[in-house]
Ligand binder design. Structure first.
Ligand code: 3PG
Length: 305
């Protein structure tokens, strides 16, 4: 079988070596399309491949239609909002993710952003400490759990809201489970977002919710930009000089944030949450193994469509 790695944001070379070992051992052919800049390059590369490994790369209807032999696409990572699942299902193509494999990298970055915001973007003025501050984890999945654990090491008081995780499962980690999302935001000075982007969550982080946060509010977003109501957060930041926002995804209205609140924001130009060698190795090799296993045994454990 022919397996394509299509990543506009490449894996670390050591991760590619690991992926190649897995595909070579299973006698598959590996082809690479890294750092591509045009969609036409992706459309060309997917012709004649049986499997694709992607990161945040967009696999829409056009890409799926161009991939006439495609049987499986694996998103080396957690979020799969970049794959047109409806079209994949119609075409009998299996879509998978690799849950948990890059979570630690994202969790470490979330805490790094908190320190950066607490220290006024490292501008040399007196900042504050994370110790004894209240942190709200919005969605207690693989990343949220790790953020909670690291934050406890900083001496933070950790709260979480997740309608899909039981109170008991959250509280056994020494994290306080709150009953409503409103309660999370009105209790915590720091909020770390770990919700997926879907029809229910898009633009759900809005003025109403964020305005409940106590003085010195800081929003950390290592999830997706689509979950933020940008117009409303801009309005809130204009009203509240204490409000800070850091994210590893540039907002669509980045210029408005930079023009008005440059000392209270940070956005990395490319999504960097999962950009570590370790995360690349874990997620990339897991994706390759899932593909090999799918072809050998039909295993669809991580299927998302
Ligand atoms: C994910 O969903 O796994 C993260 O957002 C990381 O995305 P990336 O692989 O594009 O860095």
């Amino acid at each position: 079988m022919k397996i394509l790695v299509a990543t506009d944001k490449p894996f670390a070379p050591i991760a590619i070596e690991g992926i190649k070992k897995v595909t070579d051992n299973a006698k598959h052919e590996l082809v690479l399309l890294e750092k591509y800049t045009e969609k036409t390059q992706l459309l060309e590369a997917v012709k004649n491949v049986d499997a694709i490994i992607i990161r945040s790369d967009i696999v829409d209807k056009e890409v799926i239609n161009a991939a006439e032999k495609l049987k499986i696409v694996v998103r080396a990572g957690a979020g799969f909002d970049n794959i047109d699942l409806t079209t994949a299902t119609e075409k009998n193509i299996v879509a998978m993710n690799t849950p948990g494999q890059n979570s630690n990298a994202v969790a470490e970055l979330a805490l790094g952003f908190m320190v950066m915001m607490a220290r006024n973007n490292f501008d040399g003025t007196s900042g504050t400490e994370l110790k004894c501050k209240k942190l709200g984890i919005h969605a207690y999945g693989n990343v949220g759990k790790l953020v909670a654990n690291i934050a406890k090491g900083f001496g933070m008081e950790v709260f979480a809201f997740d309608p899909f995780v039981s109170k008991e499962a959250i509280e056994k980690d020494g994290v306080k489970a709150v009953n409503t999302v409103e309660e999370l935001y009105s209790t915590c000075q720091y909020i770390s977002l770990h919700i997926p982007a879907n029809d229910k969550t898009k633009k759900s982080i809005n003025y109403n919710l964020l305005s409940k946060m106590p003085k010195g509010a800081t929003l950390i977003n290592t999830a997706r930009k689509e979950v933020i109501n940008e117009e409303e957060i801009l309005k809130l930041m204009a009203e509240r000089k204490d409000f800070k926002y850091a994210s590893d995804i540039e907002p669509s209205s980045k210029d408005a944030f930079i023009e008005n609140f440059s000392n209270r924001i940070f956005f990395s130009p490319k999504k960097i949450g999962a950009q570590t060698s370790e995360a690349n190795i874990n997620a990339g090799i897991a994706a390759a193994k899932q593909i090999v296993d799918f072809f050998e045994t039909g295993n669809i454990q991580f299927k998302v469509n």
